[in-house]
Design a protein. Structure first.
Length: 51
């Protein structure tokens, strides 16, 4: 199984969107069983999104 992790600063917008798009692509290709796809943050600072 291949593992793919999308990472962004606070995991609010970019990495969750990339995770969703990749999951959709592999599902449509019929190969979703071959992948574990997730997203994560590098920080827990909620105020980082306000910048």
């Amino acid at each position: 199984m291949k593992k793919i992790l999308f990472v962004c600063h606070v995991n609010i917008c970019r990495s969750p969107m990339a995770e969703f798009v990749m999951k959709d692509l592999v599902e449509k290709a019929g190969i979703s069983a071959q992948f574990e796809i997730a997203s994560a943050a590098t920080s827990t600072e909620a105020s980082a999104c306000a910048a």
